[in-house]
Design a protein around this ligand. Structure first.
Ligand code: PEP
Length: 249
């Protein structure tokens, strides 16, 4: 019922020409895949050229961030209209690196989520606990607050279209993956909270897992009933490994 989504987050990696060359390779290796939605989120500078390269293919384009204001004196920021114009249909919101290094809060995540939805761009809203929070047994309360505050006040229709990514901070870029059971436990909890907030939309919302997903662990993660795809950093940086993730089954 929920189409799996495999999303590559390239973070602050790759020049324009490097981005285009990986997309050229990827287009060939994922050609014909229709049972998994494929998404690449390059750096802002590469969006336009990558969009030209993916035309007519099954690869979708996303940005890694946005600002909620429409335009004006906000040096260094980028609006929904700008990322749409560059070809994006998705945007990552509230990645833990943005929360950690750039002061994002549930409040700003909520403003960005609403701005994306208002512009018909699908937000991928990231939530996740730190290692300290997991060790202090507050994982569920942390996740509940991030989901309730970050995704507050959207319409039921928008709630079904939104994507959530559960990314335990201790698993991002560390090589430590949550076990499929650990991830499933949090994913089903997120769906339960979402059902309290947005009723039947909870069955439609896709919840991705992120945190050191690789070709060796993807299929076991994807067997879990509430895991609807992956948000992938390191293993999305090469066409060969990302293709293995897209073709996980
Ligand atoms: C990410 O970028 O969101 C991520 C999960 O990174 P990695 O796959 O490298 O852990």
């Amino acid at each position: 019922m929920r189409k799996p989504l495999m999303a590559g987050n390239w973070k602050m990696n790759k020049t324009v020409s490097e981005s285009v060359s990986i997309i050229k390779a990827l287009k060939g290796t994922v050609d014909g895949v229709s049972d998994v939605e494929i998404l690449i989120c390059p750096a802002f500078t590469a969006l336009y050229e990558v969009n030209n390269e993916i035309k007519g293919s099954n690869i979708n384009l996303g940005a890694q961030n946005l600002f909620w204001e429409a335009k004006g004196a906000f040096t260094g920021e980028i609006s929904t209209a700008m990322i749409r114009d560059a070809g994006c249909s998705y945007v990552i919101v509230g990645h833990s690196e943005r929360r950690q290094y750039f002061g994002e809060t549930d409040k700003t995540v909520n403003k960005k989520t609403k701005a994306a939805l208002a512009a018909d761009i699908t937000p991928i809203v990231c939530v996740g606990e730190t290692l300290k929070e997991r060790e202090n047994n507050v994982t569920f309360s942390v996740i509940e607050k991030q989901v309730r505050d970050g995704l507050a006040d959207i319409t039921l229709q928008q709630a079904s279209l939104t994507v959530i990514a559960y990314e335990p901070v201790w698993a991002i870029g560390t090589g430590k993956t949550a076990t499929p059971d650990q991830a499933q436990e949090v994913h089903s909890f997120i769906r339960k909270i979402y059902a309290q907030m947005y009723k039947e939309s909870a069955e439609k919302v896709r919840i991705l897992y992120g945190g050191s997903v690789n070709p060796g662990n993807v299929s076991d993660l994807m067997k879990k009933s509430d895991i609807d795809g992956g948000l992938v950093g390191g293993a999305s940086l090469e066409a060969e490994s990302f293709t293995k993730l897209v073709k996980y089954s």
